[in-house]
Design a protein around this ligand. Structure first.
Ligand code: DGJ
Length: 732
């Protein structure tokens, strides 16, 4: 028998440009959200199940909203398996990933969720589901951004019963894509100093889990996905469904084809080691998963997501301010921090045009190496006999603002803090604890630890003229125990820790609205939309080799905006791989995000200072385009291509910058032309070389956008590890 799912036809409001519409048909219980060429639709069937209907390009006003074709269930694949639910409970023999899985106090583990009610508040749709027999409720929230079509989804589970319910698994959202054997999943993976590698795999019935089990986001898998279709999706064309989970702890995004070939994506808390005893009357919220769709390939998807991040995710303060050029002393001095040494570096940093001076690790406690001192956040009197004030005054007199490195969530066992509070660390009492980088993780889930951390950070920022904190964390969790917590609530650690991390960051920002923060975790080990909502920029990777960085930055920008992606010019040979590169090349690589300098300036020759001053000044003329513009990955720096090229186009298309980087030369010449994208076809653009210098032979000084985008730029580059940047300016 063919199951008929009865849907009403939505009554649609008239088209309103740049406004998201949430439409609920009276009585029909069909909902659609429309924004910027994206439609998302769901509805309730005749049995009361909430079904996904559509996620993708825009449907026309008045289109019938019908569910996907349903095949007849067999005894091996009953109804919940062949008929997709919008947010299935684990029950009735479901074999795809559930939205939620629970165990009731009597051992019953069957959960069947059906529609109960809904509400529309402006651009937000809320749908409440309830179990068919027991008072367990799930609330789903949907908000679509009118300018990008990015949908925010989250869920809340509520125990309306009289006994606790154990929540074993909880997603923020489950998504359904139409059937197909040609889906390809892209994700970002890596390790310390090798983050942001883009991988692509086929979507098959074998489940792929993009996950962290580490307690923090981790370098391993970033909570981001993009799904395209083989043969149809390319960098600038074809459909892409994408999303990111805004959470800085353990997470899982699972992707698989179901039994009838539909693609199911579930994003939420990682069920690995997860359990939450939901008390009577208690609720548990998920973080938000943000998901979008583009018809313009991976490039269109990332441009849409970058725009969304700049307008909806970044803190207000960061939205309004371009990233200053910073100097950071870590690679120059490591732990050997002294007042005189930092003052000497500050002189040099100011001379090349840095706007912010940051003292990294080593300024506090007994921190002469990574073996001691973490946790003791008082200025080391040997290194700074008069406190930080003389250095800060000097930095400010030089025209820069002052920043300081902190690692609030960690402690060395060799520290006064640990000696006073050995019970404050994450560990299983009586069991060995893994020390990584000689440190342990403070249990920030505890209220007293949270109060302590906020207290010293607040004092540090209040008592010193500090404009910027680099907030680092340098290890993952290993033995995730919460000493003193009841056995049933132990695993609340995974949620409460991250919530308290956010609470500290939020409160610190509230008390110090001008303070800027950089998120860092041994490089890019905790970059996600949860952190991005609370920091102004992120440290992309400890790998500062300018060539490796091109690949790292390319991967990063698939998910996140270049506006937050910090990149430093450091010394050559590079520490990570001993590669030798020119200072020009290092600057051209680093200025494709937020520019920083991390070299030992005391060892620079006079000509290095002149070169650096030139590039820093040049960066300031294009910074707004890099940090606020649209990014086109013209040629990605994968191992098979010796040339890579990226282009940034200002929102008003009046300025654009094209970076061309040559990994290594082959043959006598390089006949290929790079075709710019994103210029206004009818406008005329002049072109100049960033940093000065003559245009390569044959490149006209002025032409229309259409001319540039069809004729392109012949590569002027020869040699190994060389680069150039062309600046297009619209002529008046
Ligand atoms: C790891 C960071 O990624 C580095 O930039 C530096 O701050 C060190 N920690 C300091 O210990």
């Amino acid at each position: 028998m063919r199951r008929a799912l009865l849907f009403g036809v939505a009554l649609l409001a008239p088209a309103l440009p740049a406004e998201a519409r949430v439409t609920a048909a009276p009585g029909a219980r069909v909902f659609r959200l429309d924004g910027n060429g994206v439609t998302y639709a769901l509805g309730v069937d005749d049995k009361g199940y909430l079904r996904p209907i559509h996620w993708g390009g825009p449907l026309a006003d008045g289109d019938p909203l019908v569910p996907p074709i349903v095949i007849e269930p067999s005894s091996f694949d009953p109804q919940p398996t062949v008929t997709a639910q919008e947010f299935p409970g684990q029950g009735e023999g479901l074999v795809t990933e559930p939205g939620v899985k629970v165990a009731f106090a009597d051992g019953n583990r069957d959960l069947v969720l059906k529609y109960r009610s809904h509400r529309v508040d402006g651009e937000t749709l809320t749908v409440e589901l309830a179990d068919i027999a027991r008072p367990l409720f799930v609330t789903l929230r949907y908000t679509m951004d009118p300018y990008t079509g990015v949908l925010a989804r989250s869920a809340t589970i509520r125990n309306g019963g009289k006994r606790p319910v154990r929540v074993d698994q909880l997603a923020a959202a489950v998504f359904t894509l139409p059937s197909g054997d040609d889906y390809r999943l892209s994700y970002l993976t890596g390790r310390h100093a090798a983050e942001w590698t883009l991988k692509e795999v086929s979507v098959t019935p074998a489940l792929t889990a993009i996950e962290s089990r580490r307690g923090l986001t981790g370098h391993g898998n970033n909570p981001w996905f993009a799904i395209g279709r083989a043969g149809r999706t390319a960098e600038e064309s074809g459909p892409v469904w994408f999303g990111a989970f805004a959470w800085s702890g353990s997470f899982r995004i699972s992707v698989a084809q179901d039994v009838v070939g539909r693609v199911r994506v579930a994003a939420g808390y990682n069920p690995y080691d997860f359990a939450w005893a939901l008390k009577p009357g208690e609720t548990l919220d998920t973080p938000v998963v943000y998901a979008g769709y583009s018809d313009h390939g991976m490039g269109g998807a990332s441009r849409s997501f970058h725009a969304f991040q700049l307008t909806h995710i970044l803190p207000d303060h960061a939205r309004g301010r371009l990233r200053p050029v910073l100097y950071n002393s870590w690679e120059a001095t490591a732990f050997d921090v002294t007042e005189a040494g930092q003052m000497a570096l500050a002189d040099k940093a100011a001379a090349i045009g840095a706007e912010r001076f940051v003292v990294d690790d080593g300024w506090f406690g007994a921190r002469d190496s990574d073996r001691a001192g973490l946790g003791d956040w008082t200025v080391n009197p040997r290194k700074f006999p008069h406190g930080l004030k003389p250095l800060i005054d000097k930095v400010k007199a030089l025209g820069m603002d002052f920043g300081l490195w902190v690692e609030p969530e960690s402690v060395n066992p060799d520290s006064d803090l640990y000696r006073q509070h050995p019970d404050w660390v994450i560990a299983f009492p009586g069991r060995p604890r893994t020390e990584a980088r000689n440190q342990l993780v403070l249990n920030l889930a505890r209220a007293d630890v949270r109060t302590h951390v906020l207290g010293w950070l607040d004092r540090l920022v209040s008592e010193n003229d500090i404009a910027f904190l680099k907030w680092d964390v340098n290890r993952r969790w290993t033995e995730p125990g919460w000493a003193g917590k009841s056995p049933g609530d132990q695993q609340r650690l995974y949620v409460d820790y991250v919530r308290n991390l956010y609470a500290v960051l939020d409160e610190l920002r509230r008390r110090h609205p001008a303070l800027e923060i950089e998120g860092c975790a041994g490089g890019g080990g905790r970059v996600d939309l949860g952190m991005m909502a609370r920091v102004d920029q992120v440290w992309t990777s400890d790998n500062t080799d300018p060539s490796d960085r091109l690949a790292i930055q390319d991967g990063f920008t698939h998910a996140y905006a270049p506006a937050v992606m910090m990149a430093w010019v450091t010394d050559s040979p590079n520490w990570a791989n001993t590669r030798v590169t020119s200072l020009d090349y290092r600057f051209l690589s680093a200025m494709q995000g937020g520019l920083g300098i991390g070299a030992n300036l005391l060892k620079w020759q006079a000509e290095d200072v002149v070169t650096a001053r030139k590039w820093v000044a040049a960066y300031k003329t294009i910074r707004s385009t890099i940090q606020r513009g649209q990014l086109y990955r013209l040629v990605s720096p994968d191992a098979s291509a010796s040339t890579s090229a990226t282009m940034y186009v200002a929102p008003d298309q009046r300025q654009a910058v094209l970076f061309q980087m040559l990994h290594s030369s082959m043959w006598r010449d390089n006949p290929g032309a790079i075709l710019p994208l994103g210029l206004a076809a009818e406008r005329r653009y002049s072109v100049r070389m960033l940093g000065g210098g003559a245009l390569p032979a044959g490149v006209p000084a002025v032409a229309s956008g259409a001319w540039w985008m069809t004729q392109g730029l012949r590569s002027p580059l020869k040699g190994d590890f060389v680069g150039a940047a062309f600046v297009f300016e619209a002529t008046p």
